[in-house]
Design a protein around this ligand. Sequence first.
Ligand code: A3P
Length: 256
Amino acid sequence: ELEWALIPPREVSQVDGVFLEKNMCNNWDKIWNFQAKPDDLLIASYPKAGTTWTQEIVDLIQNNGDIENSRRAPIHLRHPFLEWVRVIIYVARNAKDNMVSYYYFQTMNKGLPDPGSWDEYFETFMSGKVMWGSWFDHVKGWWKKKDSHPILYLFYEEMMKDPKREIRKVMEFLGKNLKEEVLDKIVNNTSFAVMKNNPMTNYINDIEMNHSLSPFMRKGVVGDWKNQFTEDQNKRFNEDYEKHMADTSLSFFEEL
Ligand code: A3P
């Protein structure tokens, strides 16, 4: 208990009205002006949309399914969190499950602001006053960018429904051609159950995270929001959601 209590939340500031860590804000010019090499790859996502999952898929494809090699280091060292590139993979998740996952993440990650109660967090999330900004701006912004930039836009829900089909899309996007059996191996090794037990993907050794409050690899399902949203919250959410999404062709599945 004491160990977690000693970790102070990271200092927060803003860039264009979006909450970010203060260090990130201070370095924003550098991040904004980052020049990618032609073969650099950026994986982008709103927090808790399936970043880790996508990172592990990409790593295994790039290493031709070499599982031992993919366990060389924790995921955040193999794929450092940078910003900005020419070839991009984006992963999006439906707002309700994303919100629930983010709530539990803020509960267990002592570096992030305390989320308060679920009812309080519901309001915070809807107002967009969460770290990394509004879910709506994020998913819509990247959806628009894909028309003018080489972006592969993935959905968490599609990855759950047909992992092999989605992994094949990533492979083709990366210009690789792997054998069926290698693809099957990657499907297996990027399943929730395997990644939950893999110390190189489950953040078990991250000192900011208190997995006894909520594990990083929490549930990994579509539709968990039904266990969290009250009927009233769901109604209010749906009304608000329609307004926010009126100006986009982007749509999501909330259940499978
Ligand atoms: P839950 O909290 O709903 O379980 P990120 O990597 O962007 O932080 O996202 C974390 C979310 O993705 C968590 O959702 C986590 O359980 C889920 N996740 C991670 N790996 C997964 C996998 N292989 N299959 C399905 N879900 C996965």
